[in-house]
Design a protein around this ligand. Structure first.
Ligand code: ADP
Ligand code: ASP
Ligand code: MG
Length: 404
């Protein structure tokens, strides 16, 4: 007997028929003598639809109310899934995030999990129940509903797998696993059999939405191995795990594109110690994650400072920066029409020439590089959004990642 955590994403529970299919899969695994805790997402499209409706009511809705609203998407799915299991004779009980004991901090819309009290889940498992938990949500220490950031059901699943010491954690989605690039954009992308936490983390934080990046961060921190696989077939998926020596043989594991970033430029910023600190302090205090940062060489005592933030946080960033901009007499502008393109691979630690191949390929397809940033295992360029998909395909080919 094994204790298995499974997570089913939005498409996998997208309608009544699919929920019934999920129930069948759960039943057959339980019939083999296993215990299951199943995390489900909102039906695909529901979260986006709720956000659109909120925006139609208010341009800048309160984050607390957004979390109240968005948490209902997952709550619908848990009840349907439990009912579908009952219909095939499987005892099951649905839990909201709060009922599952998921306690978070107070950062509405992107709360962090602080603890999980698994006592209730364990007691219901012992009684023979399958537990169905609403992904993406938790509760803070004051009893307020919080959500874990877009794609956050992945995090719910991995954190629960860690908390109950599951023997296995499976993330079911609408593709066969993690590919060398988004298979919807790069037709020649290949499924990866095994990938390290670090590579998966870099791909996820560079725009590969197959896994939420914070969930991978969590998995790496607590060494919670998981498999990404399809809910539509029984093909083996992608194992995400600790780095193995053999993984370094592959120089570039995958290519990612992120079109959800905005570029903010502060013009004429006084070029003296402490100014950049003020800018980034204001952003940090507003809980905004900054990615690429470039400051050009100063002239006449002023410089331009460019950095990227998630597009959904542009307004919040502008508000947070207004006092600083005022104080130092600078000017702020935003550009949203660009994309970040990244190549990722642990082999970069020991191989050279990745940047040269990347830049040459971009030049060959006529793509200009705007900003560059790197980590030990990643190179990212900011480029024209309209050319990003073509560039990704060319780079995928250039690094030999295409299907044989
Ligand atoms: P779920 O609703 O199951 O959480 P998501 O839509 O969040 O599913 O993530 C799955 C999608 O991620 C796929 O349909 C695919 O288009 C996209 N994707 C982006 N990059 C990759 C990649 N490298 N490998 C696999 N899928 C990717
Ligand atoms: N429903 C949430 C979202 O669309 C969480 C998830 O699907 O993981 O972002
Ligand atoms: Mg997802």
């Amino acid at each position: 007997m094994a204790l298995i955590v499974q997570k089913y994403g939005g498409t996998s529970v997208g309608d009544v028929e699919r929920i019934k299919k999920v129930a069948e899969r759960i039943k057959s695994i339980r019939d083999d003598g296993n215990q299951l805790v199943v995390i489900v997402s909102a039906r695909s499209g529901v979260t986006n639809e709720l956000i659109a409706r909120a925006k139609a009511i208010s341009a800048d809705p309160s984050e607390r109310e957004m979390d109240q609203l968005l948490s209902i998407g997952e709550q619908e799915t848990i009840a349907f899934t439990a009912m579908a299991l009952h219909a095939v004779g499987v005892p099951a009980i649905s839990y909201t995030g709060a009922q599952a004991g998921i306690v978070t901090d107070k950062a509405y819309t992107k709360a962090r999990i602080q603890s999980i009290d698994a006592a209730a889940m364990k007691a219901d498992l012992a009684k023979g129940n399958v537990i169905i938990v609403a992904g993406f949500q938790g509760i803070d220490s004051d009893g307020q509903t919080t959500t874990l950031g877009r794609g956050g059901s992945d995090l719910s699943a991995i954190a629960i797998a860690g908390a109950i010491k599951a023997d296995k954690c499976e993330i079911y989605t609408d593709v066969d696993g993690v590919y060398t690039a988004d298979p919807r954009v790069v037709k020649n992308a290949r499924k990866i059999d095994e990938i390290s936490y670090d590579e998966m983390l870099e791909l996820a934080s560079s725009g590969s939405k197959v896994m939420q990046s914070r969930s991978v961060e969590f998995a790496k921190k607590y060494d919670i191995q998981f498999e990404v696989r399809s809910s539509f077939n029984h093909n083996p998926g992608t194992l995400v795990k600790e780095e193995a020596a053999s993984m370094e043989k592959v120089v570039v594991r995958g290519v990612a594109v992120d079109k959800n970033q905005a570029k903010l430029i502060i013009h004429n910023l006084t070029d003296k110690p402490g100014t950049a600190a003020k800018v980034f302090r204001a952003l940090a205090d507003a809980n905004i994650v900054v990615d690429m940062i470039v400051q050009n060489v100063g002239h006449n005592g002023v410089a331009n400072l460019t950095f990227t933030v998630p597009s959904i946080e542009v307004n919040k960033a502008k508000q947070a920066l207004a006092p600083v901009i005022n104080e130092v007499g600078a000017k702020l502008s935003a550009q949203e029409e660009f994309a970040k393109l990244s190549v990722v691979g642990v082999g970069m630690k020991t191989h050279s020439g990745v940047a040269a191949t990347l830049f040459k390929t971009l030049a060959d397809v006529g793509v200009n590089i705007d900003l560059i940033s790197t980590s030990e295992i990643r190179i990212t360029v900011a480029i024209d959004q309209a050319k990003a998909d073509d560039a990704a395909r060319a780079i995928h080919t250039a690094f030999g990642l295409d299907k044989a």
